[in-house]
Write a protein that binds this ligand. Structure first.
Ligand SMILES: [Zn+2]
Length: 424
């Protein structure tokens, strides 16, 4: 079947924000994100622990922990009893490093470090008695040279430690990162930031589009990691639906967004379309009826990937009663549409190469969370030579990321205002 994205007449979307505002934010972000530092990171498979710059040192009534990483990653910390231990899980950090030499405090009696499952590594500190973690912070260095996870272990009693273990059990986010905020920006991110699920399309048995030696799944994974880092730097919490070349069903991707109580899901693709005339970044939201034949073809292609991956598609939408889904969608859909508009604005302001009709809709299964504003970004089409050149150009990617982060930031501020007004 032949279809192109140029078939139907353009529907004008008038962004309420001027290009200037996007440019102001992108400029501020650029000061922090350092496109060239970022592009170098984009090509790094994952972050590494810098053993020589890390230390676990004695302080008065406690221990100071400084872990130096080649780039910021989401992490979580928890306390475990019998014996007293503190566990740090890192998302996207290589588990290969000899950490024996970083202990300079006798209060940490043992250290373990290694990969625990795909995409996750773990450090276990065995303590000589009850100590709990104070505020932890992942500081991203502004020159792009890496990140430092810092926290202090403070002496406490058995009750204090037991309380910390219990608190961990009540509500440890899957992934979190405290980051130094962006200063002097045109619009402030709400204090808490958003929980954002970034979804690199395809993976594992399903490589997505393949052109020459390039694979959509691999390109989207490295883009997602870099986008995730940039969003974390802008004050958000980020969860990747996959951080490796593994197959994740579309349903599981939506389920990850629910489990992590995501505020937003952003799915990333760069599909190929037959006909070769589809070009430029396009942002999709969910609709039963696709806006055009090419969009319908894309959504069908994604469902086919799930079938090839061995997923049973029967009963996909039966998780919540239909009427509840409708109610939730009615509230979520305009917010998703607005997010899509602002992402389009951000991309337009940051890079060349946006589709002539960048706001489209189709029945993508990954967008079907009724209660979470979800968008699918086709960053370009690998079937188009210029798009492929953009997608594989570190500078274009870094700029596009700045545009997306700016769009998310504007949406976060606007959506928080909207929520406030609705509550009143
Ligand atoms: Zn795709």
């Amino acid at each position: 079947m032949s279809a192109t994205v140029e078939e139907t007449p353009a529907r004008l979307v008038m962004p309420r924000f001027s290009n200037c505002l996007f440019l102001a934010i992108i400029f501020c972000l650029a000061l922090v994100v350092q496109p060239f530092g970022l592009s170098a990171q984009t090509l790094t498979a994952r972050a590494d622990l810098r053993v020589q710059d890390s230390s676990i040192s004695p302080i008065w009534r406690g221990v100071d922990v400084q872990l130096s990483l080649t780039q910021g990653v989401p992490f979580r910390i928890k306390h475990v009893n019998a014996p007293h231990r503190v566990i740090i899980d890192f998302n996207g950090l290589s588990g290969e490093a000899n950490v024996d030499d970083i202990i300079r405090s006798q209060r940490v009696t043992d250290i373990g470090f290694g990969q625990i499952r795909a995409g996750w590594s773990r450090m276990v500190l065995t303590l000589d008695g009850p100590m709990t973690v104070g505020k932890s912070q992942m500081r991203i260095k502004q020159d792009g040279s890496g990140a430092m996870l810092s926290f202090v272990l403070r002496q406490t009693d058995e009750d204090g430690f037991a309380a910390a273990v219990e608190a961990d059990g009540r509500g440890v986010a899957l992934a979190l990162a405290d980051t130094a905020g962006v200063q002097d920006s045109a619009t402030n991110v709400p204090e808490q930031g958003l929980t954002i699920v970034v979804d690199p399309g395809h993976g594992g048995i399903d490589p997505g589009a393949e052109v020459g030696s390039y694979q959509e799944a691999a390109l989207m994974l490295s883009f997602a990691r870099a986008l995730g880092e940039a969003l974390i730097r802008d004050g958000h919490r980020v969860i990747l639906t996959r951080n490796d070349d593994v197959f994740v069903s579309l349903r599981e991707r939506v389920s990850i967004a629910h489990k992590t109580q995501a505020d937003v899901l952003i799915s990333l693709h760069a599909d190929a379309l037959s006909g070769g005339r589809a070009r430029g970044a396009t942002v999709y939201t969910l609709a039963d009826e696709a806006t055009d034949a090419a969009s319908a073809q894309l959504a069908r292609g994604h469902d086919r990937s799930d079938i090839l991956g061995g997923v049973d598609l029967v009963g996909q939408d039966d998780t919540v009663a239909g009427v509840l889904i409708d109610l939730a969608r009615r509230e979520t859909q305009p917010r998703a549409d607005r997010l899509a508009e602002l992402l389009v604005g951000g991309i337009k302001a940051s890079v060349d190469g946006i589709n002539s009709r960048p706001r489209r809709q189709a029945g993508f299964a990954v967008l079907k969370a009724p209660d979470i504003p979800s968008v699918l970004v086709e960053l370009g089409f690998m079937s188009d030579a210029q798009d492929l050149a953009n997608l594989t150009n570190p500078e274009w990617r870094a700029q596009a990321i700045l545009g997306l982060v700016a769009g998310v930031r504007l949406w976060a501020a606007e959506d928080a205002e909207l929520a406030k007004r609705t509550r009143q």
